[in-house]
Every structure is written in C-alpha cells, then in structure tokens.
Design a protein around this ligand. Structure first.
Ligand code: GLC
Length: 523
C-alpha cells in the first residue's frame, strides 16, 4: 500500500441517483444524467463519487432493497451505461464507489423467493427464520427501523415461521452466519471490482454480525431502533476482515486510475470506540462514517468537544476519520440550522478543513434546503423525501430534467440552480469550489495534524500542519463579534461569506462566519 492511499486524501461526493438528473424523461434521475454532468463535478473538484444503489429493485426503500446485485435497474440504465460512467469518471480523474447492501435483500430477490418457497429449500437458511414465541408472537423484542411500533419480524403464514427484517418487511435480513451468504456477497463485490469500481460504501454494515441466539437488549423493549446500537464485534470483525481481503485483492490492478480499492462502512453507531473497532487496526473497514456533525447543532462548543473526543479515540490507533454534514437519510444541514445560509457556509468550511475524509451530499454545494413534502404526498416509508428533492440544474422550465421530477423541487430552485450559482462568484457553489481547491493545494489540509487552539465560547479555532505547510481555521457560531488574537500574521485564503479574500486577519471574528487562514508570509 502506498503511504497515502487516495481515500485519505479525497473528498467524496454522494449522488442519490434518483434525484440527481433525469435524462430519459421519466422524472427519475439516471446514469446518463450523471454522465452528462461529470464535467461539472470535475469543475467542482471532487475526487470520488459514491452512488446510492443503482441495482434492480422494486424500490420499496428506493434501491436499498436489492433484487439483483449484478444488474442495473432499468430506471437508471443498464450495465453498459454503468461501465461508461466508470470509464468517463476515471477519464476525469474521479473515482467511483457503489453502495453495497450486505445486511438484507429485497423480498423479491431470487434468494429470498427460494428461501420462502419451502423450509427445505437450500436458500432457506440464507435468511433469519425463527419459530414464533410461546404466545405465537414474534421470536424476540426487536423492532424495525422506520416504524418503531412494528416488530422486526413478519410471519410467513405458509411455513408458520417468522423472518427477520431490521428495516421494511420487503427487506429480509440475510444470515451472515451461513458461509454461503458470505461467499455470495463477496462474489457481488468481485463482479463490480472487475468492472473497475474503486470501492464501496457498505450499507449498515455493522448489522451483519449477529449472534444466532438473537438476544434482546433493554433498548429493544424500549422500542429503540436496533440499527442505532446493534454491535457484536466478535461476530462482526471477522466478516469485515473478509470483506477487506476481497477488496484489497484488487489493489493496483490495471485500471485507468490505479490504486487501492476501499470500503467505507456505514457504521450507524454513536460510540467512537465502536466505530474505531470496525477499522480493526487496518484489517477491517478502510473508513467508517461517523455522524457526529450530522447530529450536532450549529454550535462551535459542541463541535470542539466532538472533534477532541473523536481524535482522542482515533489517533492512537491511526484510524482515519470521516466527516459528514448531510446525506439522503437526514434533513439537510441548512434545513437543520433553520434555513440560514450563513450557517450552512460556516459548517461547509468546517467539513472541508477537518482532518479526515469529508463526504458531500449532492446539493449541499448549492446550499439547498429540504423540499417541504406533505404527509399525504410522502413516498418514503422513512419520511426522508425532503432531503431527496431533485437537483435544479437550470433556472426555469424543467430545470435541466428531461421529465417532471418524482419529488417536488427544493425551495428557490431557480436561484439555487447550478447554472445560476456558477455565474455568481459569491454563491455557495463557489465557496465549495474554493474550499476544495484550497484543500487540494494544501498538504496541511489534506493530511496534516489538527491542533485545537484556545478560543472563547462560540468560536472554534484549529491549526492544521504538515511539515512547513500550515493553515488556521477560525469559525464562529456566536451572535456577537468575538476577538481572537492569533500568534503570528495570517491572511484570509477563503472566507465563508466570500468577503476579504487575501486580506490580513485582524483578530476579529464576526457572527456566523468562518475563515480559512494562511500565514501572511506565504502571500
Ligand atoms: C441505510 C441507508 C438507508 C436505508 C437503510 C436500509 O441506513 O442509508 O437509506 O434505508 O440503510 O438499507
């Protein structure tokens, strides 16, 4: 492995394909729509794309219910288009990660159709079947995500047994205790690695290790979603090591962009120690998400504690952090911050200057807010339609979409469109572009150390350093201007509001503003 694998240096951009750009005219985004906009993503300056699932699916969970892992859903295109996308992205120096959904399949997947057909079917124990409890009810107290009142079990009337699903009944859980399941899922990875993908985002991967006794936890009885706390390292870690071995076997093969393949795991846990355990000292996941920022309020003091706590756990074992503000499962950060663009700009500056790999969610670079979606028009069983609103590419008309989008537009779709923001150098889009450019040019920002600096409440300041290269980031969530004397002379490289670039830093940080500073001597 080279000293700095690409995924430590990269900024990864999440595309929710249904919502990105529609080329075919059916109102659902597709691969051709992504290919058409690759030049824009290269202009923006991202290093890799992660595509939410593109596989054949009945779409009960909009693709996270996979019915054929080795084919593209016709809504999105076909395998030839997937190949073309990988090739064209690589030609622009952009890597491609696919979503890998190991924990469950669609109930329409041939594996489950076979499993359900008979208790004697060879696929039966690929899934988690149990007899009813003594009272005829579900085998344990686990509840499903999305609908906390529903058990994570559905009774199959024919066989009289229940099957487990930590999400929808349409998403039966696979049983990774069965070696054939592990082999089959590794074949899925190989299928796509052979096609040239650079890696995977592994969906709720912490759930695949399960004690066959399926013991209850007090939190199951409190009707908490198991997704947020299920963690059985003795079962999980050997499986993660296996996934890593399969992916690492493809390192340095003959692709347009040689280098390591990787897995970033969606370890949907809040405990830093548990997340880091999944890296398993370089034997497990290459990266794991941590959702600390996504779950934090707009508050410099909370961010400071979060960063300090995280580094205290990650650094001693050289686990490389990841940072996420928004994704397809949660309200966008601008929406969470009460719609204030100034706050979204501050948070973006934070995200792109921390130590670790940042993940952007398509549309955040436009400063998009969630679309309001009335309950009677909701499509997603998890209530997540708002953050999945379509990306507006042009002002007016269908805003660059061939058909009428499957979800309503986000607020201000004309002013927030890519074309309008590209023409406005003060836009959020240009802020992201500048931050990405600054990051690319600075070893300190990409891989340097991070040292928190003393600062008054409401202000966060840190220094990034790599050999001679240094940057300081100062940001404020306070309501009043705050004075922050810094050692040495600094000037503004990027300001979240676009003002004052190149000017000396005068020691005053205004409310809801963030500054990326370079030593004045570097001017
Ligand atoms: C992950 C995905 C989410 C999906 C769930 C089930 O949390 O991000 O969108 O619904 O897993 O696959």
């Amino acid at each position: 492995m080279s000293p700095t694998p690409w995924w430590r240096d990269a900024v990864i951009y999440q595309i929710y394909p249904r919502s990105f750009c529609d080329d075919s005219g059916d109102g659902v985004g597709d691969l051709a729509g992504i290919i058409r906009n690759l030049d824009h993503l290269a202009w923006l300056g991202v290093d890799a794309l992660w595509l939410s699932p593109i596989y054949r699916s009945p779409m009960a969970d909009f693709g996270y219910d996979v019915a054929d892992h080795c084919d593209v859903d016709p809504l999105f295109g076909d395998l030839a288009l997937a190949d073309q996308l990988i090739e064209e992205a690589h030609a622009r120096g952009i890597r491609v990660l696919l979503d890998f959904v190991p924990n469950h399949t669609s109930a329409e997947h041939p594996w489950f159709v076979a499993a359900r057909s008979s208790v004697d079917d060879p696929h039966r124990d690929w899934y988690v079947w149990r007899d009813p409890a003594a009272d005829g009810g579900p085998p344990n107290a686990w509840v499903a995500a999305f609908d906390r009142d529903a058990p994570a079990w559905t009774l199959d009337a024919e066989s009289g047994q229940y099957y487990l699903h930590l999400f929808l009944p349409e998403q039966p859980d696979l049983d990774w205790n069965h070696p054939a399941v592990e082999l089959a899922q590794h074949d899925v990875l190989r299928f796509w690695l052979e096609r040239g993908v650079d890696g995977f985002r592994a969906d709720v991967v912490h759930l695949i290790g399960k004690d066959p006794a399926l013991p209850d936890d007090p939190r199951d009885h409190a009707r908490e979603s198991r997704v947020g706390f299920h963690f059985e390292p003795d079962r999980l870690l050997p499986l993660l090591r296996g996934l890593r071995r399969t992916v690492d076997a493809y390192d340095h093969t003959d692709t347009a962009l040689p280098g390591e393949r990787m897995i970033v795991g969606e370890v949907n846990l809040a405990d830093d120690e548990q997340i880091v355990a999944c890296y398993d000292e370089g034997r497990g996941l290459h990266l794991a998400f941590n959702f600390a920022l996504l779950r934090s309020p707009f508050d410099a003091d909370v961010w400071r504690r979060t960063i300090a706590d995280l580094h205290a756990v990650y650094d001693p074992v050289d686990a490389w952090p990841t940072w996420v503000l928004s994704n397809h499962d949660e309200p966008r950060h601008r929406t969470r911050y009460g719609g204030r663009e100034s706050r979204a700009r501050v948070a973006a500056t934070l995200l792109l200057t921390l130590r670790g790999t940042p993940f952007l969610y398509a549309g955040e670079e436009l400063g998009l807010e969630d679309a309001p979606v009335d309950a009677d028009e909701a499509l997603d069983p998890g209530g997540r339609d708002g953050c999945r609103a379509p990306i507006p590419w042009q002002p007016g008309g269908r805003r660059g979409w061939a058909g009428i989008p499957w979800l309503p537009w986000p607020p201000d779709p004309d002013d927030r469109s890519v074309a309008v923001e590209r023409d406005d150098r003060d836009s959020v889009l240009w802020l992201y572009r500048r931050l990405l450019e600054a990051r690319r040019a600075s070893p300190a920002l990409r891989r340097g150390s991070l040292r928190l600096l003393d600062a008054p409440s409401g202000v966060l300041a840190y220094e990034r350093a790599c050999e001679e290269d240094r940057r300081v980031v100062v940001l404020s969530t306070a309501a009043e201007p705050v004075t922050l004397p810094l050692e040495g002379a600094w000037r503004l490289e990027v300001a979240s509001d676009g003002r004052g670039r190149g000017m000396p830093f005068d020691g005053l940080i205004e409310p809801e503003r963030a500054l990326l500073l370079v030593p004045a001597a570097d001017a």
